[in-house]
Write a protein that binds this ligand. Structure first.
Ligand code: G6P
Length: 476
């Protein structure tokens, strides 16, 4: 660590690299999955910043180190904290609660205690790394108590918080037994960023109903104690994006272009290649997508081998019950469709339960005529943006769920309600047979949006608004 500390400190549950400690005691690193890493890496490489987070392995004690111009500071989690804070409170209470209770959230006091303890550890680590008057940017639902804990330790800091997932309506948020503590934790920040204006609106409404604080538009006022002036917290939308130009350039490389052609050849040159790419998560609507696709084959509206679907589902949160159930359901649905509709060497669905490197993803996007994003609820959905960024040929059609943050921006997509299976089937058929001129027009519109609104603009905008907060906006 620099003796005076870092001027920009990013705090997220995961570090951008997964670390393991080998038998020789030496740590080794691979890039970790998840949209957040993709989104923040470019900013961290530009600024000489420090990034605090968990390395992804229980009980690993790893010293801070530097990678790609980033200072990485591992925050350790014990095995029971992985179970109670990460798999429990973060991913079995908050995750389903914030995603429209698609799965039922479980609430356990033991999990909450662990969440508080781990949030305090992150706050203390950030307080230790940050220089006087530094900016600290805290990320996502795993760390909602950090802003207030950090402000208490270091009132000199500018604190920003960004929620990558949706913020639920009051009627759902109110179920949380510790709802008030979570709101107070977030209000420790100077700026609270959300994906959509609707999320920011939900939060302000929650503040109005669950606290006595006054709000005016996006601004919440916290009265100063002991004669100090009041503090203002702003809640606003900052829709996240990807490093679009980098992805566009990757998809233009001769290797990726060739790989895309090879993929199509290996699949027997289908007329229509459809693609789904998700973390294996129940919020992504994979079951609904497979149901619609299977029924279209049953009805004869789509046929194999003219049409084929590639579904890439990267493993995620495999110790949480709802994810195990989903895996079984998807295995079964794919098996049923393939049992009924595949021919020798010509499966209806190619299902891959693993992650691929960005080069292979870019080739898959380029190879696919129709991209299916059917999430039941999704903060943003960066896969939709990656698909668009890859299509410098202006071809390909995006079918996009209305329930993603991306739908607010990506108006050139064919929007669907994935709960409406009949409507989803019609939209998939429409996309499969879309007039190429119409498809091109839509893709051009999508690309204008995705290539201008990239992740650099997102982070610059967020940090500019945060930096405009007067210094020492303290509670007193
Ligand atoms: C979502 C969340 C991120 C999370 C990622 C991967 O994008 O918003 O905070 O890192 O999923 O999930 P995981 O549980 O593997 O970190």
């Amino acid at each position: 660590m620099q003796s005076a500390g870092y001027g920009l400190v990013v705090v997220s549950n995961r570090l951008p690299f997964d670390g393991t400690v080998g038998p020789d005691g030496e740590p080794s690193w691979v890039r970790s999955p998840g949209g957040l890493v993709t989104a923040l890496e470019p900013i961290m490489q530009e600024a000489d910043g420090a990034w605090l987070g968990w390395c992804g392995a229980a009980d690993a004690v790893i010293e801070p180190f530097d990678v790609d111009n980033m200072r990485l500071v591992p925050v350790p989690l014990s095995e029971s904290e992985v179970a109670d804070y990460y798999e429990g409170f973060a991913n079995d209470s908050l995750w389903p609660l914030y995603h429209d209770v698609i799965a039922s959230p479980a609430f356990h006091r033991l999990w909450w205690e662990s969440y508080r303890r781990v949030n305090r550890r992150f706050a203390e680590a950030a307080a230790e790394q940050a220089a006087q008057g530094a900016t600290v940017w805290v990320h996502d639902y795993q760390l909602q108590l950090v802003p207030a804990m950090l402000r208490e330790l270091r009132p000199d800091l500018r604190i920003g918080f960004f929620l990558h997932i949706p913020f639920p309506p009051l009627e759902l948020f109110a179920q949380l037994p510790w709802r008030r503590q979570v709101v107070e934790g977030l209000l420790g920040a100077d700026l609270i960023g959300f994906q959509r204006a609707g999320d920011a609106g939900n939060f302000v409404r929650v503040v109005r109903r669950l606290t006595e604080l006054t709000t005016r538009g996006q601004v919440i006022t916290i009265p100063g104690k002991h004669g100090h002036s009041p503090r203002h917290v702003r809640a606003a939308a900052f829709p996240i994006s990807i490093d679009s130009k980098k992805f566009d350039a990757l998809a233009r490389t001769p290797e990726v272009q060739q790989r895309a052609k090879d993929i199509r050849t290996e699949l027997g040159d289908p007329k229509v290649l459809m693609l789904g790419v998700d973390r294996l998560d129940y919020t992504k609507g994979i079951r609904h997508r497979l149901k619609a696709f299977g029924e279209l084959l049953d009805d004869g509206r789509l046929t194999v081998p003219e049409t084929t679907l590639i579904q890439v589902a990267s493993p995620s949160r495999e110790n949480v019950g709802a994810y195990q159930q989903l895996r079984d359901d998807v295995d079964m649905a794919v098996g049923r469709i393939n049992g009924e509709h595949s021919n020798f060497g010509q499966p209806a669905v190619h299902y891959m339960h693993h992650a691929y490197p960005p080069e292979e993803m870019a080739a898959l996007y380029l190879a696919a005529d129709v991209m299916l994003v059917t999430a039941l609820r999704d903060g943003m959905n960066l896969v939709a943006k990656e698909y668009v960024a890859a299509r410098s040929d202006d071809r390909g059609t995006l079918v996009l769920s209305e329930f993603t943050g991306a739908a607010d921006e990506l108006t050139g997509a064919i929007l669907v309600n994935p709960h409406d299976i009949a409507g989803l089937k019609d939209a998939i058929t429409y996309a499969a047979h879309l007039d190429p001129r119409e498809a091109r027009k839509r893709m051009r519109r999508l690309r204008r949006r995705v290539l201008t609104n990239d992740v650099a603009l997102w982070s610059e905008t967020f940090l500019a608004v945060l930096t405009a907060v007067p210094a020492r906006n303290t509670h007193g």
